[in-house]
Design a protein around this ligand. Structure first.
Ligand code: FAD
Length: 301
C-alpha cells in the first residue's frame, strides 16, 4: 500500500508533525492562517526525510525560524512548514560561538558578551533565530550578522549537506545571494577579544534603546521596509504623515513609523493593505519605491 505524504510524515515525526497548525502561534505579528502540515525536524535525517516527502508529493516546503519577519495570509499555507524551534543548542568555545539554526540570536549575543567576545553585541534584542538572522543578514546599530559569521552548515533541497564559508557568498544589507536554495542547520561566528564590562554595557544600552524606540508592547515583525539608499523608510513614512494610519486592526506605529503593529486583532489582509497604502503614499510624495523587508507567505484574501 502506498501511504500519502501526510500519513508518512505523521508516522515518522509523531507528535512533531501537526496538521492545520495556526500560524498566529508561530509568527510575531500574532495573526495568520494555518499551515497544512507543520513539522519540527531535529536531525539531518529528519530533514532528509521531510525533503524526500515534499519532493515525492510535489508540495512546497518552507523553513520557519521564529516568524519575526513573516506575514502569513488568512487562507494559509499549502504543503509543509518546517520549524527549526527544536534545534536550539548554542555554545561558546574559545573565540567562537556555534549555534543551531533554531537557537535565539539574542542568546548567542548574550553568551558572547558574557564571555568578553566582541562582534555580536549590537545584534542584541533582534527577536529572530540564528537561521533567520543568517538568511536575512539581520543587523542593527551598524553591526550585521555576516560581520562575524565564519561559516554555516546547510543542506540543499536534495538533502545534500555542505558547509558554506562567508567569503564564498555575495551578501549585502538584508540580502544573501542564493541563500533560498539552502536550509541552514547551524552557524559559527568568530569573535574578537573585548572587554567584558564594555560589551555587557553596550548590550544593555542596545536593549534599552529598543524598548525606548520600538513599539514592543504590540505584535509586529519589526521594520516593514528596507532602508532605501541614503535615507530611512521610517523618516519617509513619517514625513508623508502616515504615523497612526490604520487599516482594520493594523496601524503604522506612532512610536516608530517603520513598524506596522497589530494593535487590535488585525487580519493579515489588514496588514498587507496597510503596507500597500504606505508604499503608494510614500511613492506619491517622495518618488521612492519602498522595498518590503518582510516576507509574505501563503494565500491572502
Ligand atoms: C520587534 C522586532 C524588532 C526587529 N528588529 C530587527 C533589527 O533590528 N534588525 C533586523 O535585521 N531585523 C529585525 N527584526 C526582524 C527579524 O527579527 C529578523 O529579520 C530575523 O532575522 C528573522 O529571523 P526569524 O528566525 O524570525 O526568521 P523567520 O521570520 O522565521 O524567517 C525569515 C526568512 O528566513 C528563512 N529562514 C529562517 N530560518 C531558516 C533556516 N534555518 N534555513 C533557511 N531559511 C530560513 C525563512 O524561510 C524566511 O524566508 C525585528 C523584528 C521584530 C518583531
Amino acid at each position: 500500500m502506498c501511504l500519502d505524504y501526510k500519513t508518512e510524515l505523521k508516522n515518522f515525526f509523531a507528535d512533531r508533525c501537526l496538521f492545520d497548525e495556526p500560524m498566529d502561534k508561530h509568527t510575531t505579528y500574532r495573526t495568520g492562517g494555518r499551515a497544512e502540515v507543520f513539522v519540527l525536524p531535529k536531525t539531518r535525517e529528519d530533514w532528509s526525510f521531510v525533503l524526500k516527502m515534499a519532493k515525492t508529493a510535489q508540495v512546497p516546503l518552507r523553513v520557519l525560524g521564529f516568524g519575526s519577519n513573516i506575514l502569513v495570509g488568512s487562507r494559509g499555507i499549502g504543503g509543509i512548514v518546517c520549524s527549526t524551534e527544536e534545534m536550539n543548542n548554542v555554545i561558546c568555545e574559545g573565540d567562537t560561538v556555534r549555534a543551531e539554526a533554531g537557537a535565539p540570536l539574542d542568546k548567542a549575543c548574550e553568551l558572547s558578551a558574557d564571555a568578553g567576545l566582541a562582534g555580536m553585541e549590537k545584534l542584541s534584542g533582534i527577536p529572530g533565530s540564528i537561521g533567520g538572522a543568517v538568511y536575512m543578514n539581520a543587523g542593527a546599530f551598524g553591526q550585521e550578522t555576516f560581520d562575524c559569521l565564519d561559516y554555516f552548515d546547510v543542506i540543499d533541497r536534495e538533502g545534500r549537506p555542505a558547509t558554506l564559508l562567508k567569503q564564498d557568498l555575495n551578501y549585502s544589507y538584508r540580502h544573501v545571494e542564493g541563500i533560498e536554495k539552502f536550509i541552514i542547520l547551524s552557524a559559527a561566528f568568530t569573535l574578537q577579544k573585548g572587554d567584558f564590562k564594555t560589551l555587557v554595557q553596550t548590550r544593555n544600552t542596545v536593549l534599552h534603546k529598543r524598548r525606548e524606540k520600538q513599539p514592543l508592547e504590540y505584535p509586529s515583525a519589526g521594520s516593514v521596509f528596507k532602508r532605501p539608499e541614503g535615507d530611512y523608510a521610517s523618516r519617509l513614512i513619517d514625513d508623508t504623515g502616515l504615523r497612526g494610519l490604520t487599516v482594520g486592526g493594523a496601524k503604522v506605529s506612532e512610536k516608530h513609523a517603520g513598524f506596522i503593529v497589530n494593535f487590535n486583532h488585525a487580519t493579515p489582509e489588514d496588514i498587507k493593505n496597510l503596507m500597500a497604502q504606505v508604499r503608494q503614499k510614500v511613492k506619491e510624495k517622495h518618488g521612492v519605491e519602498l522595498e518590503l523587508e518582510q516576507i509574505l507567505w501563503g494565500e491572502f484574501n
